[in-house]
Design a protein around this ligand. Structure first.
Ligand code: SF4
Ligand code: SF4
Length: 373
């Protein structure tokens, strides 16, 4: 195993510079599906909150991904701080040479945990943040008093000089708060990452989609966020994510990219891009896809990754794949997995995405005509 001294900027300087023989540079580890909240928009379902693997198996997996050349480990949940062994796992990952990135809802953070997280050598911390309005936040996460707890956690992080990024999913409940959320983050001297795409639940239920922005609101949110961030010249960061929606306002992404590059998944999931490990050790190319039955525990990571690649490479877009000849594909944000989750059909076309694509195309053409693209 490689060992490295703690260095906060390490991931940034490595990202994109090293090749890893086809193994993903970033692995996302869902450590648990348990959660102290019950968010109305959450894509997890009760059924998916099953038994999880213990620290020894998790460390074994981490050692294998580090040996295969992985650079960045994102640890998420559920709520990963529900696991008492989280600190030992994060520390182990750093000692194995990985940068570590923790996604949390923030409510379980207290002074001891801030120190414990610091001591693991954590590279970055992302805290979900949905509203500046107490009632709205508590409604969304279905917990009275949750907002106050979160604000306490944020205060603690600041007091202890612990850097963090706020992560805001823009929904119908906070659509009018985009600029205020950005201002709040600026006031804290923290970055904020905003997302606009809400996937249906992992079991195909659409019950959370009532919170999703309308197509018109999605289009407007893209433009508002884009305008807020143009001034900042957002860059790709060490986790490989781009900040917010800047890329959404360029043509040639989404379905078009998948089509052009000959990939089934536009984001290249299952190629050298991403690997997701669920709480039971199941491997998957995408967060929203249930594991195709490949287990890190029985197959091991090296063999399991090969099987994931074989699985995704075997997926071909059929003749009937609607996006193949669609005039909107350069502007469409859909993807086969989102379509599958929402309608049970990976090949079809959903009016929601079509409408957004129409709006984006019209905007692109308007700007083009004005010489502003
Ligand atoms: S905090 Fe995250 S995992 Fe927990 S209920 Fe909310 S969205 Fe789901
Ligand atoms: S509008 Fe429909 S058919 Fe066209 S690219 Fe999007 S999802 Fe595919």
């Amino acid at each position: 195993m490689r060992e490295i001294a703690y260095n906060k900027g390490l991931g940034e300087s490595w990202y994109g510079k090293l090749t890893t023989d086809g193994f993903p540079q970033t692995v996302l580890l869902e450590l648990t599906y348990r959660c102290n909240l019950d968010c109305r928009h959450c894509y997890l379902t009760k059924d998916s909150r099953e038994k999880e693997i213990g620290a020894a198996d998790v460390k074994n997996i981490i050692r294998q991904i580090a040996d295969l050349g992985c650079l960045h480990l994102i640890v998420t949940g559920g709520e990963p701080l529900m696991r008492p062994d989280i600190f030992e796992i994060l520390y182990y990952a750093r000692r194995a040479g990985l940068t570590t990135h923790l996604f949390t809802n923030g409510l379980l953070i207290d002074s001891d945990k801030v120190m414990a997280l610091k001591n693991t050598g954590l590279t970055s911390l992302e805290v979900s943040f949905y509203s500046l309005d107490e009632r709205r936040y508590d409604f969304l996460v279905r917990r009275k008093g949750a907002f106050r707890k979160l604000m306490n956690s944020i205060e603690l992080l600041k007091k202890n000089d612990m850097e963090f990024v706020l992560k805001a999913l823009i929904l119908r409940t906070n659509f009018d708060e985009i600029a205020d959320l950005k201002k709040f983050a600026d006031g804290l001297d923290a970055k904020i990452r905003m997302g606009i795409m809400l996937a249906a639940k992992k079991d195909g239920s659409r019950s959370n989609l009532s919170l999703r922005l309308t197509p018109q609101e999605t289009f407007e949110a893209i433009n508002i966020i884009d305008a807020l961030y143009i001034a900042e010249k957002s860059e790709t960061d060490y986790t490989g994510h781009r900040d917010n929606t800047r890329f959404l306002n360029q043509a040639g992404q989404g379905e078009d990219k998948g089509h052009r590059d000959g990939y089934f998944f536009p984001c290249r999931a299952g190629r050298n891009k991403s690997l997701v490990i669920d709480p039971c050790g199941g491997l998957s190319p995408c967060l929203y896809l249930a594991s195709p039955g490949i287990s890190a525990l029985t197959a091991g990571i090296k063999k399991g990754w090969k099987e994931i690649k074989r699985y995704t490479e075997a997926l071909v877009r059929p003749e009937s794949y609607k996006c193949n000849d669609c005039y909107l594909k350069s502007f469409c944000l859909s993807c086969p997995v989102l379509k599958q989750l929402e309608s049970g059909d990976m090949s079809g076309c959903l009016p929601f995405y079509r409408e957004i694509a129409e709006l984006r195309k019209a905007e692109f053409e308007r700007k083009n005509a004005a010489g502003r693209v």
